[in-house]
Design a protein around this ligand. Structure first.
Ligand SMILES: [Zn+2]
Ligand SMILES: [Zn+2]
Length: 441
């Protein structure tokens, strides 16, 4: 959309208005409008951009506000039926996006090029803040009532592509994640009902983003789904020489862990707890990935360097160790019983697929300590165990793993006789020197 700016410069016949709009010269624009209000009816360039389009595309919030105060039509269309909101989104001008939405801009408008909405544009260009602003608006605007939020998130363009398809195709992993988090269908097909088409996984295989492939797989994307030419995502990745993606998409390689459906039965999974569990899921998949990539002779992706693993481990910070694995920090608290464990163990618990005759049916997972139903998962509060805790900030990395478990390995049964499991893990005495060692940042 670079033509937006060049068009402004090309058309001198509009005098100084459009250049002033583009560069945000509020006084100049105001003076011109005072002198002749009809000047705002002018459009510019091949795309017939209105003053509002130009201000929005250039992120000129003050000028934009002034125009809106003069009751300029917030959804004015250019030649391609694009709204100022779409242009602001394309250029990643989040402030203008918010302003326009606040002024009542319709987020459910389709352009005439590919019948795309502002949400498609946000995913295509990867402007995560704009995407979030639109999604939050979709919760509250009339769109939510008329279309429904879920339908809006999965809205299709003229080619049948949802915003998730576009994010996957253009390697926008942040947007991809936000869309999945908001209910985007991981298995959506561009083909429409009953017809074969491409899934977001096909698109990610084409785009070659390992992050996108990894995330879609963790959300349960099907490696065996065929597109309209009968290809699975693996073949698409191979064709475009994305070897690492192909290795993960190869149906013969180990299947990744998938965000477990039992978690969906836990009605109250707050955002923080969810983020921790997601992180644990991705970490677990990383380990599998390493093996897969090693087998195929691929160097491990730079994202998975050892130093990062160290960071993750050292985030075990001030929390007590998990009493199931004695390896990770206790970060998740089960409600109502209050037992604590680490995100990895929580995840493993929920991923456990063997049908248990005792809890047959669609019941959610139970607490491994007391067998009580898990109604809620929260992020465990950091407990202060000793005075020395006070010396350090709550999030300072600290080595306090494995070596500090001094009570011997009791059986599960004897552990569960104790009231608080979190307190079993003590601190080793070399803590303060360790701390210094890890105080890097
Ligand atoms: Zn654990
Ligand atoms: Zn419990």
């Amino acid at each position: 959309m670079g033509q937006t700016l060049s068009c402004v410069q090309q058309h001198e016949d509009h005098g100084v208005l459009f250049p002033a709009l583009a560069s945000g010269e509020l006084e100049v624009v105001e003076a011109m409008v005072e002198e002749d209000p009809t000047v705002l009816e002018h459009t510019i360039g091949c795309d017939r951009l209105s003053p509002l389009h130009v201000a929005a595309a250039n992120g000129r919030i003050e000028v934009l506000s002034m125009l809106l105060d003069r009751s300029f039509n917030v959804d004015v269309l250019n030649r391609h039926k694009q709204t100022p909101l779409m242009l602001a989104v394309m250029h990643g001008k989040t402030g203008c996006v918010e302003k326009l939405i606040h002024a009542g801009a319709n987020i459910l408008m389709f352009d005439s090029i590919r019948r795309r909405t502002c949400l498609h544009y946000a995913a295509y260009y990867g402007h995560i803040d704009c995407l979030k602003a639109i999604l939050s608006a979709a919760h509250s605007t009339p769109v939510a009532d008329s279309w429904g939020f879920a339908r809006f998130v999965n809205i299709r363009d003229g080619n049948g592509a949802t915003p998730l398809h576009l994010a996957a195709r253009h390697r926008r992993s942040e947007c991809l994640h936000a869309l999945l988090d908001n209910g985007a269908l991981v298995c959506a097909s561009t083909g429409g009902y009953g017809y074969p088409g491409s899934t977001p996984l096909h698109m990610a295989a084409r785009g070659g983003s390992l992050d996108c492939v990894r995330m879609l797989l963790a959300w349960g994307a099907d490696r065996l789904q065929l597109d309209s030419s009968g290809k699975i995502p693996f073949s698409v990745a191979l064709k475009h020489k994305h070897k690492a993606c192909a290795a993960l998409l190869d149906p013969s390689s180990a299947a990744p862990l998938v965000w477990p459906s039992p978690l969906k039965f836990i009605s109250e999974l707050n955002q923080e707890a969810k983020a921790l569990l997601e992180k644990a899921l991705l970490e677990a998949n990383r380990e599998r990935e390493k093996t897969i990539l090693k087998e195929t002779g691929m160097p491990p992706s730079p994202l998975h360097s050892e130093s990062e693993d160290d960071n993750i481990a050292s985030e075990a910070s001030d929390m007590e160790l998990c009493c199931i694995c004695f390896d990770q920090a206790c970060t998740i608290e089960v409600r109502p019983c209050g037992h604590q464990m680490c995100a990895h163990c929580t995840l493993a618990l929920c991923c456990h697929k063997k049908p248990d005759p005792a809890t047959a049916g669609l019941s959610g997972p139970v607490c491994p300590f007391c067998r009580g139903t898990i109604l809620q998962l929260l992020v465990a509060k950091i407990n202060k165990i000793s005075d020395t805790e006070v010396e350090s900030g709550p999030m300072k990395p600290r080595r306090s793993r494995k070596s500090n478990f001094s009570e011997g390995s009791s059986s599960f049964k004897s552990l569960s006789a104790m009231g608080s499991f979190g307190r079993i893990a003590g601190r080793n005495s070399g803590k303060i020197t360790d701390e210094k060692q890890w105080e890097v940042s």
